[in-house]
Ligand binder design. Structure first.
Ligand code: SF4
Length: 68
């Protein structure tokens, strides 16, 4: 099962890099919101590309935090 992304709304500065990287997973409202999930590599690229590390990835099978 794909990693589950969550966004720290307090940290997000709404500049949209995650939406550009993974538009099926993230959307921009007042802050970025999670629409669903996607391939782990894409989620990791989006999370790593976030300038304020607002994106957390958790493996739903193990409960382990994958990133950061
Ligand atoms: S990349 Fe990070 S700061 Fe930018 S919109 Fe996405 S969650 Fe917010």
């Amino acid at each position: 099962m794909s990693d589950q992304p969550t966004i720290d709304e307090q940290a997000c500065i709404a500049q949209g890099d995650c939406v550009e990287t993974a538009s099926a997973v993230f959307a921009l409202e007042d802050r970025a919101v999670v629409l669903g999930s996607g391939p782990d590599e894409l989620l990791l690229a989006a999370a790593k590309g976030c300038p304020v590390q607002a994106i957390t990835l958790v493996d739903p099978d193990t409960g382990e935090q994958v990133y950061p």
